[in-house]
Design a protein around this ligand. Structure first.
Ligand code: C5P
Length: 352
């Protein structure tokens, strides 16, 4: 059971932070789970495209404001729920106003809402002087959503189970990313529901683990192994997207992308490039073709963490917010993983 924690009564101050987006470099759906979710294997990657999140301490009451009309201000907003469950867990009565400036496309498979929620957990842990750190926040993050735990870690990480059991990769992916918003959202729940009718449940999916072992061996040509099982399903759910995705993919490939894929359940599509000039050319070609596209760069776990430490300072570092002593954030009991970072990665990779 969750244990109540008391706050330290630290003086209140405004905290401003960046809340970064993710793409899924690869995604395999193994089959439905008993909890209504799907068993996944995915490779998450944070990118430097970000929302700005500002936390203003209040005596009581949790509220949110966002400059995007489709983002709710009540508890349908995951950032509000994050503040609520942390406050409840800590047994506090304090309030906070959350102000979000949106840059990450909404409902685009880029994890914007989940990232905002993780940002709120990490920042309020500091602001309220709770000292929970990554490990203490992980169970709360899982309750909020399958993608939220990943945003406590960032960088390149393997996501297992519902995607909420996350392992940092020893070798982080670095490159340029061009993200395209094809102009309409797709419902994540609808895409996963359609999976059950179209995908055959399986015990194993070879591509993600094969990619990880090849990539860690330093073989840069591993990217063609990756694919996203949700891509065909999302296009069946939103058939009007198929033509647009084909054109987007054509441009990304022509300009030399190492990998092109739908992110998560969509609808954002992205290309990963080695060279800035390739990404620049792809970006302008996509814009010329009338697409909304943004250029971004991968954000390694180290840079992701440094961004938090820079913003939130020493208190976080003391509880493992600097260099990770444990790259695994998941359900340690379920599969009996050793907690150590190298062992957790090695165990997974050796099984390929
Ligand atoms: O956890 P989150 O609320 O982000 O998930 C949104 C929806 O996506 C879930 O309600 C579920 O329908 C689907 N989902 C799933 N399996 C996963 C992750 C998400 O079925 N591993």
């Amino acid at each position: 059971m969750d244990r109540p924690v008391s706050g330290s009564g630290r003086p209140a101050s405004v905290v401003r932070l960046r809340s970064f987006a993710k793409v899924n470099l690869g995604l395999e759906v193994l089959g439905p789970r008993h909890d209504g979710y799907h068993e996944l294997r995915t490779l998450f990657q944070t990118v430097d495209l970000h929302d700005d999140v500002e936390l203003r301490p209040r005596r009581a009451g949790i509220s949110a404001r966002c400059d995007h009309p489709d983002v709710p201000a009540d508890e349908r907003n995951l950032a509000v729920r994050a503040a609520q469950i942390l406050r409840e867990y800590a047994g506090l009565r304090r309030g906070v106003e959350i102000v979000i400036t949106k840059r990450i496309p909404v409902a685009g498979g880029l994890g914007g809402g989940s990232s905002n929620a993780a940002a709120v957990l990490l920042a309020l842990d500091r602001l309220w002087g709770l000292g929970l750190g990554f490990d203490g926040l992980h169970p709360l993050a899982r309750r909020l959503g399958a993608d939220v735990p990943f945003f406590l870690l960032g960088g390149t990480a393997l996501g297992l189970a519902r995607g909420d059991e996350v392992y940092a990769l020893r070798r982080q992916v670095e490159g340029e990313v061009v993200i395209v918003d094809p102009g309409r959202g797709v419902s994540t729940a609808a895409v996963f529901a359609r999976c059950d009718a179209t995908l055959t449940p399986r015990e194993n999916g070879p591509t993600i683990f094969r990619f990880v072992s090849r990539y860690l061996e330093g073989k840069g040509d591993a990217f063609p192994l990756l694919s996203n099982d949700l891509e065909a399903v999302a296009l069946a759910e939103a058939p009007d997207l198929a033509g647009r995705v084909e054109r987007i993919q054509g441009i990304l490939v022509r300009e030399g992308a190492l990998l092109t894929s739908l992110s998560g359940s969509g609808s954002s599509y992205f290309g990963l490039f080695r060279e800035v000039r390739q990404a620049r050319r792809a970006h302008s070609a996509l814009r010329d073709a009338g697409f909304r596209a943004v250029r971004s760069r991968t954000l390694t776990m180290d840079r992701y963490r440094k961004s938090w430490v820079r913003t939130l300072g020493q208190a976080g570092r003391a509880r493992g917010w600097g260099q990770g002593r444990n790259g695994h954030h998941g359900n340690h009991g379920r599969q009996g993983h050793p907690g150590g970072r190298r062992e957790a990665q090695g165990l997974r990779i050796d099984r390929v």
